[in-house]
Design a binder for this molecule. Structure first.
Ligand SMILES: [Zn+2]
Length: 408
């Protein structure tokens, strides 16, 4: 009987989501001023569709034993009708018009839009790819797994042959166990919760993100000599651009428009975003700085490089004043305060550095990230440190495991 109970629950969940989606769309077409979170529902639809399809397969087998199945099959036909409404493009048009009128989109909405495009126009449509790309760019490192999962689920729902990552299924199971709620406050997406304290703290990251616990080249590090000679010459060309600032639940992150670059020897890296940790994650001779800013870059091959600038307590920092004066009013929404900002205003004059091979310092702790921690720190005032909305968002230093730190 256990099997039927699970089956029943899955179908119930799927039908509830479909009902919610139908209701939201009906309500939206009637009253345009009401902004519905259709993107999220669309994401749920993809998931629901997947579990419904699986459930229906099992239902076929169980049909003879369960009379109720007839009613469920009728419901599936209704579900198919809603899918058709998506496929004819009316929903996509409506949502695109609605979102265009908004000043900024949340990552979830951008992702939902991409999913909707996919269901409507297919995966080959260049604008579908672009929409997914945009949502990936908007996502902070930590939510990328969730974004990838949602994209894969959407592809699967659209009938594409994709293997959904095992990590995605684990995340979904956890989400279902917690009542299916999207825990925005905890900063997670799809139930992948992590933080810096208690049950969600760094010592538990490995439960959901194995690399965090098992990786041998993890960041941050305590930087102590002796050092090898760094072979890397750095030069930056960051540009003025519109300030796009986000509180992603784990840090304050500034997303950067294309055009700001870092040269490492002859290899060009694009600056994607920069964000802050309090205190600094890296230690120099066992000591943390008050804060650190991490500039995250990516080259054409997808390799990541991070420049870390330590912030010591001292004079007020004008660049940080601009950022803190424009902190986002809401978590999870990119804030666009019509202010120009040049990321190089946060850099010291010299780029001499310590260099090592490391990882993302947040889940999923992916390795293969080159770190350059600048030797010259910049000032930040004590008041500015306390104005940073996160009291503690630094991962503890990790084992060196035989790695060599170099310096120039
Ligand atoms: Zn960081």
């Amino acid at each position: 009987m256990k099997k039927y109970l699970r089956l029943g629950l899955e179908i119930l969940l799927a039908l509830l989501l479909v009902a919610a989606l139908g209701l939201a769309y009906w309500s939206f077409s009637g009253k345009k001023h009401v902004v519905h979170d259709l993107a999220e529902l669309n994401e749920q639809l993809s998931e629901a569709n997947e579990s419904l399809e699986k459930a229906m397969e099992e239902a076929e087998a169980a049909k003879e034993k369960l009379h109720e199945m007839d009613a469920l099959i009728k419901r599936q036909r209704e579900f198919d009708a809603i899918k058709t409404a998506f496929a004819n493009g009316v929903v996509l048009q409506d949502i695109e018009t609605l979102y265009k009128a908004q000043k900024s989109l949340t990552t979830e909405r951008q992702l939902g839009l991409a999913g909707l495009r996919l269901l409507t126009k297919g995966a080959e449509d260049p604008e579908t790819v672009e929409a997914f790309q945009k949502s990936l760019e908007m996502t902070d490192w930590n939510s990328r797994l969730a974004t990838i999962c949602a994209s894969q689920n959407a592809l699967a729902a659209a009938g594409k042959k994709v293997t959904v990552l095992a990590d995605c299924n684990a995340a979904k199971t956890e989400s279902a166990a917690k009542g299916g709620g999207h825990g925005k406050k905890e900063g997670g997406h799809d139930g992948v919760h992590w933080g810096y304290q208690g049950d969600e703290g760094p010592e538990h990251w490995g439960d959901n993100f194995p690399v965090c616990a098992k990786g041998k080249k993890q960041s941050p590090l305590n930087i102590v000599g002796p050092f090898e000679k760094s072979k890397d010459a750095l030069s930056v060309a960051y540009q003025d651009g519109p300030l796009k600032i986000l509180n992603n639940g784990h840090t304050i992150q500034v997303n950067v428009e294309p055009g700001s670059s870092l040269m490492i020897n002859k290899d060009s890296y694009e600056l994607l975003q920069f964000h802050f940790h309090r205190p600094s994650e890296e230690q120099i001779d066992g000591k943390n700085a008050a804060m650190v800013v991490h500039f995250v870059h990516k080259n054409k091959a997808g390799k990541l490089a991070v420049i870390g600038v330590l912030l010591n307590e001292g004079k007020e920092n004008a660049a940080i004043k601009t950022l803190w004066d424009n902190l986002p009013p809401k978590e999870g929404v990119e804030h666009l305060p019509k202010v120009k900002f040049n990321p190089s205003s946060l850099l010291p004059s010299s780029l001499t550095h310590y260099a090592y091979e490391g990882s993302l310092t947040t889940p999923p702790c992916t390795e293969g990230v080159n770190f350059y921690i600048l030797k010259t720190a910049v000032d930040v005032s004590k008041i500015q440190v306390t104005k940073f909305p996160f009291k503690m968002n630094a991962r503890p230093v990790q084992n060196l495991n035989g790695r060599k730190i170099s310096a120039n």
